[in-house]
Every structure is written in structure tokens, then in C-alpha cells.
Design a protein around this ligand. Structure first.
Ligand code: HSE
Length: 338
């Protein structure tokens, strides 16, 4: 499968690293030969080669911070814009992994529509597109009989979307509740051991959990975006950000966390959503609550369903390879039917 990546930061590079390291397994177990033919970044260059790029050399060029340091070869194009790469490349799949804009969903939504117009499947790590414009992008995909998939947008590679859309396809899901942001859960866990807010945030950034602008994590917007994604794709809702009451962890002090600990409680940033609205806010939980045991960058989601009752999934919620794995899962799902 010929693939282009639009956005080549932490997640895009994690995905390419998985393709490189798992190439033999993917070919043997799934018959997948993934050929990355193009990569576009906003400020570090665009590369395209119709025969495919060398993944080692690509990762090295990215680490040097300039894709133009990728070795030149006959047929290599490096003067296209992102729009040209999307429209003119021979790719069958576009992976959109630019930073999520939860206010406008742009420019990623336009990239997706352009990719679909030019008959490419779309796989998203970008949360803004799905949270704000899913109906439009899904309709555009249906019109050209292409797929738009977004496993990586919620709980990174942990299959929260697949569980709902496939495993629970025959159920009615009425509500989703859980911990949907890895950065803040990691920070709260570290602060429980005495770390300062600033040190905990710096460590979450170093480990590749945080958004490009970590305000989205600590102010609750990233979790709210994921709640919107679940509401509008899985619960059948039609919500906007205005339907989610959002409060992050910025007001929580080490003293608050210590006070909770002294009475056997802890704070978790809980997202709670139904088809009619929802909230994201820090909640003080008894240590006996199962969500209190969810620590570090681990996330959890409970779907309230008919007729099964509550179904809970716990797994990693953020990270370079972990989110790359969500993209790989979508690529395999497309591969399975095309
Ligand atoms: N910044 C996000 C988080 C990344 O911490 O959960 C995964 O979506």
C-alpha cells in the first residue's frame, strides 16, 4: 500500500518506526507491504518519491529537523507543497498526523477532503477533524467509496473505537465515561509521589505524551475533544464543544492532592459523555474506585450498553509508538477489505 503522511512529528515518526521495525511481521502475518511514498511537514520540508522512501533515512532526516537532508536520488521530489503532495501523489492512503486544532479542525480537514477527492483512504491521528467535522468527512468518503478511520485519536493504540464500532456493533451505547488524557493522568500520578506540577508536565512532554501545545492537555480540551469524538461517532450524537463543560487540572495544587491522599482518595480527570452533552473535570475518587488504579499514561473508558451493561477497556492512552500503533491498526483494517 502506498502511503503519504501529512504531519511528521512524534506520532508520524512513531508510525514509520513501527513500519520499519515490523516490516517482516506485517508482510508475513498480513500480506502488508507498506510503502511510504511521501511526507509533508509544515516547516521541515516535503518529500515524494513514487517508488517509496527509505524509512531509516527518512527518520534520520526528521531527527536532524530538515527533510531536505534526505539523500537525493533520481525521481525524488522535494519542492512540492503539502497540497501538491496530497493531490499529485500516487498514494492509496493519506495519514493525517498534524497537530490537532480543536477550535477549527483546520488545515487538516481540508487536507482530508482533498485526499478523498483524489481517491485516497484517510487515516487520522488528528483529533480536531473528527471532533468537529466528522459528518462532513465521512460523507465525502462515502461519496468516493473510501474509508476514513480514526483509531489513534482516542486512547492512542488501545482499541477504544474498534471496541465500540465492531465488538459492540450490536449494542446500544448510551454513555461513555473514563480517563481520556494520558498527559494529565501521568502528571496526577507523578504529583501523588511528590513531584511538582511543572516537573510532572516537563516529564510528560519529554516522554512524548503531551500535545504540541500542552495547554490542550492540562486545560482539559484534549479530553473534551476525545469525548466529542466518542459522542459523535459512537453514541450517535451531534455535539459541539459548547455541549461539553470543560475544566482541566491547572487549578489543582500539590496541597489538594495531599489532602485527598490523607483521606484515602485521589484526583482523576474524568470525561463523561452521552449523546446529549458531557463534561471533563477533575473528580476526587475513593482509592477503591477502579479508575483510581489507572495510573501513569494509562487511560480507561467504560461504555454503558444495552444489553451488556458496562464494558470497560483499560490501556495505554498516549505515546509515540503507542499512537503510531493506532494508525497501523487502521491501515491493517483498510488492507483487510481492499
Ligand atoms: N496529548 C494526548 C494525551 C496524546 O496526553 O492523551 C494522545 O491523544
Amino acid at each position: 500500500m502506498r502511503i503519504i503522511l501529512v504531519g511528521f512529528g512524534t506520532v508520524g515518526q512513531g508510525f514509520v518506526q513501527l513500519l520499519r521495525d515490523q516490516a517482516a511481521f506485517l508482510r508475513q502475518a498480513h500480506g502488508l507491504i507498506a510503502n511510504v511514498v511521501g511526507v509533508a511537514t509544515r516547516s521541515r520540508g516535503v518529500l515524494y518519491h513514487p517508488n517509496g522512501l527509505d524509512l531509516d533515512a527518512l527518520l534520520m532526516a526528521a531527527q536532524r529537523g530538515d527533510l531536505h537532508t534526505y539523500p537525493d536520488s533520481p525521481g525524488l521530489i522535494h519542492d512540492w507543497t503539502t497540497e501538491e503532495l496530497i493531490a499529485r501523489s500516487s498514494a492509496e492512503v493519506m495519514i493525517e498526523a498534524t497537530p490537532s486544532n480543536l477550535q477549527t479542525g483546520q488545515p487538516a480537514t481540508d487536507y482530508c477532503l482533498r485526499a478523498l477527492e483524489t481517491h485516497k483512504h484517510v487515516i487520522l491521528a488528528n483529533k480536531g477533524v473528527v471532533a468537529l467535522h466528522y459528518a462532513q468527512v465521512k460523507a465525502a468518503a462515502a461519496a468516493v467509496q473510501k474509508q476514513v478511520r480514526f483509531e489513534a485519536t482516542v486512547m492512542s493504540g488501545t482499541p477504544a473505537v474498534a471496541l465500540a464500532q465492531q465488538g459492540l456493533a450490536g449494542a446500544t451505547i448510551t454513555r461513555a465515561r473514563g480517563i481520556l488524557n494520558g498527559t494529565t493522568n501521568y502528571m496526577l500520578t507523578l504529583m501523588e509521589t511528590g513531584a511538582t506540577y511543572q516537573d510532572a508536565l516537563a516529564e510528560a512532554q519529554r516522554l512524548g505524551y503531551a500535545e504540541a501545545d500542552p495547554a490542550a492537555d492540562v486545560e482539559g480540551w484534549d479530553a473534551a475533544g476525545k469525548a466529542l469524538i466518542i459522542a459523535n461517532t459512537v453514541l450517535g450524537g451531534c455535539l459541539t464543544m459548547d455541549d461539553i463543560a470543560v475544566e482541566g487540572i491547572t487549578q489543582l495544587t500539590p496541597a489538594d492532592i495531599r489532602d485527598a491522599q490523607t483521606v484515602g482518595e485521589c484526583y482523576r480527570l474524568i470525561a463523561d459523555v452521552t449523546p446529549h452533552g458531557g463534561s471533563v473535570r477533575p473528580v476526587r475518587l475513593p482509592l477503591s474506585d477502579p479508575l483510581a488504579a489507572v495510573k501513569g499514561a494509562t487511560n480507561a473508558i467504560t461504555y454503558d450498553t444495552e444489553p451488556l451493561g458496562p464494558v470497560t477497556l483499560i490501556g495505554v492512552g498516549a505515546g509515540r509508538l503507542q499512537t503510531g500503533f493506532g494508525l497501523l491498526a487502521d491501515l491493517l483494517a483498510i488492507r483487510a477489505v481492499s
